[in-house]
Design a protein around this ligand. Structure first.
Ligand SMILES: Nc1ncnc2c1ncn2[C@@H]1O[C@H](COP(=O)(O)OP(=O)(O)OP(=O)(O)O)[C@@H](O)[C@H]1O
Ligand SMILES: [Mg+2]
Length: 395
């Protein structure tokens, strides 16, 4: 796709940035000239990106050599523990931080040294305050004025309000809106200038779970309909896996794994990913369970997913080759549709098992104190040392 774009792009004295504006149906003055019919999103490639901060304690490696490809018009989620470098990478892409090393390409253009204004980016941050003394419409208009875009601003504001489904609220002030409505206005403002890249840093972080879910669905629809390439930073794994075409998991300033949500969930490449994404049981490598399942590792611990446990009420017949080990049901927690059991093996090592309420009622109906037999396929086990899953930022 970038090759195509390049062929259609008129020569521009100032490099690729202005040319790409024309590419999406916006004239050089920024007047929206037609509705774009092809994907308008920017193709972002981050190469060996490094950002070190000078601190009182010395150099701090916030981003330490990151490569990420963000395909045009896709949604990419940056996921990772606190301090792992997500916001820093977003700010580097936005041009709000200068990299210590590495390059950023927008389509075929080296954008590493482009000014913030020339990057054609829309932002929404977690607590990105709207201007309280401006009405909703004026706030959105600001998104147009700041880029000195010409054209019918009032019409554009109405279109954007419709896009975020807040028609009729243009005359209100931010204090007269709910938190969720405010973030939708922030989104409308970010989209006002038809950016080719939308950066969202925990945009729903301050909102409750129900509102988050509604906004998530809305955001997905909006960015798909506009075709803007979108990078969203989130702590919320459900949000990342639901929204994104690609999830990039950060740890200590590095990308630990990137791939489709299915890849990350089903094929975690490192112990850190296994532990960070989804639920895990951890047992010592010397435990009865690990030994009985013949899981060989030089590492000190073993982890596996609760749903990889196969449960039997009595030991299966020897000849079917399924190795099992006995355990007692130590606790039962009723979580609504899910029942969580704690199983205690004879060496006092414990693990958790989750069953749906249906499954529990139909197949097991376990009670605390009952004896069960457990099998875990060693292929779904992963050996690790504590240092493999450590996530404290690197100083
Ligand atoms: N200007 C700065 N000077 C020094 N250190 C910084 C600066 N900005 C960020 N850092 C450090 O870089 C690391 C990465 O910060 P960043 O904000 O990118 O983390 P994050 O992954 O977004 O975390 P969170 O999920 O908590 O928002 C942190 O340990 C932070 O303290
Ligand atoms: Mg952050």
């Amino acid at each position: 796709m970038p090759a195509n774009r390049k062929a259609q792009r008129p020569p521009s004295p100032s490099g690729g940035a202005l040319a790409s504006i024309d590419d999406v149906g916006v004239s050089y003055e920024g007047i929206i000239t037609d509705v774009p019919t092809r994907p308008t999103g920017l193709y972002v490639r981050v190469r060996n990106m490094v950002k070190h901060f000078n601190t009182a304690k010395g150099l701090f490696r916030a981003v330490d050599g990151v490569d990420v490809d963000i395909e045009p018009s896709t949604i990419v989620a940056l996921l990772g523990p606190s301090g792992s470098g997500k916001t820093t990478l977003l700010r580097l892409i936005a041009g709000l931080e200068q990299p210590t090393g590495g390059s950023i390409y927008f389509d075929d253009t080296d954008a590493t040294n482009l000014s913030v204004q020339d990057r054609q980016i829309g932002f929404v941050f977690q607590s990105y305050a709207l201007f309280n003394h401006k009405t909703v419409a004026e706030n959105i208009k600001f998104g147009l004025e700041v880029r000195k875009l010409k054209g019918d601003h009032d019409k554009r504001v109405q279109d954007l309000l419709a896009l975020v489904q807040l028609q009729g609220l243009g005359d209100r002030y931010p204090r007269q809106l709910s938190g969720g409505q405010r973030q939708r206005i922030a989104l409308a403002r970010a989209l006002a200038s038809n950016p080719r890249l939308l950066l969202l840093d925990e945009p729903f972080g301050a909102l409750d779970a129900v509102v988050r879910k509604q906004l998530r669905a809305g955001l997905k629809e909006i960015v798909r309909s506009v075709g803007v390439t979108t990078i969203i930073v989130t702590h919320d794994q459900e949000e990342a896996f639901d929204l994104a075409d690609k999830v990039v998991v950060f740890n200590r300033g590095l990308v630990e794994q990137q791939g489709s949500p299915t890849e990350i969930i089903k094929r975690p490449r490192t112990p850190f990913i296994m532990k960070f994404v989804g639920e895990t049981n951890v047992v010592p490598a010397t435990s009865l369970l690990a030994k009985r399942m013949r899981f060989a590792t030089s590492k000190s611990n073993v982890m596996f997913r609760p749903h990889d446990i196969r449960l039997f009420k009595s030991p299966p017949a020897d000849d079917n080759g399924v190795l099992t080990i006995g355990a007692n049901v130590a606790n039962k927690a009723n979580l609504g549709w899910i029942i969580k059991y704690t199983l205690r093996f004879d060496d006092d090592v414990e693990c958790e098992l989750q069953l749906t309420r249906d499954q529990d009622e139909r197949e097991y109906s376990l009670v605390v104190g009952s004896r069960v037999f457990v099998h875990v396929n060693p292929r779904s086990m992963m050996g690790f040392n504590q240092s493999d899953v450590d996530s404290t930022p690197l100083v």
